[in-house]
Design a protein around this ligand. Structure first.
Ligand SMILES: [Zn+2]
Length: 218
């Protein structure tokens, strides 16, 4: 479940308690923020890089804050308008939990990370992709409009890149998903297997667009 953290406003020089791979205060003290976990208001000292990373992973949401967020993958149409934002997470979950987790990730980003609501929003797990179409109601907890069983697709792309679907890193997975999206953007006509991409309007929206990785959107 996503933890809510509340920055205490105290910034000090210390070692980071979180220490993700992006940590900037791992071995020697650097600027860290003290945040409170809810419930319990346990204090955790976290560097900015780890704070961003925990939010990006969908493990934390920051109370009352809008963090600058880098979207994993963004598709621009030929005019440069953002048509799709994709969050890519290499986590394997049973379908029901995956669906719930995907909704949480989307909600978290829309509400707390200043990510704009775009015509399409994709959450990609290795087994399932979840796609939302923008609607004006702004109901952030809405379940995905489309689910795509991604396992075979991911296996095929992993095969082409000669990476093992089981051993690939989160970054490898991000590249696989972006390769797949590039092929979809450049597809002359949607394949039968991508019926949902046509039905949802995604195929038309992103056709001849461009795919970019790690885009800061503010
Ligand atoms: Zn850190």
């Amino acid at each position: 479940m996503i933890k809510t953290v509340e920055p205490s406003g105290v910034i000090l020089k210390d070692i980071c308690d979180i220490q993700t791979e992006k940590c900037v205060a791992k071995d020697s003290p650097a600027a860290i923020t003290a945040v409170w976990y809810s419930p319990g208001r346990k204090q955790v000292n976290v560097c900015r890089a780890c704070l961003d990373e925990m939010v990006r992973r969908g493990e934390w949401e920051v109370k009352g804050a809008r963090l600058k967020h880098r979207a994993d993958i963004v598709i621009f149409d030929p005019k440069g308008k953002v048509k799709l934002i994709a969050e890519v997470k290499k986590i394997s979950l049973k379908e029901k939990s995956a669906q719930r987790r995907a909704s949480e990730i989307r909600r978290n980003l829309l509400v707390h990370s200043g990510i704009p609501n775009t015509p399409f929003f994709l959450v990609a797990f290795p087994d399932n992709f979840y796609l939302w179409k923008e609607d004006i109601s702004d109901i952030y907890d809405k379940p995905a409009d489309y689910r795509f069983d991604a396992k075979n697709t991911i296996d095929n792309y992993a095969d082409k890149k000669e990476v093992s679907p089981l051993e690939m890193s989160e970054r490898d997975f991000e590249f696989l998903v972006s390769d797949w999206l590039k092929d979809l953007v450049n597809a002359k006509s949607p394949e039968d297997s991508l019926e949902w991409a046509t039905k949802s309007g995604l195929y038309d929206a992103i056709r001849d667009g461009s795919v970019a990785i790690e885009v800061a959107l503010q």
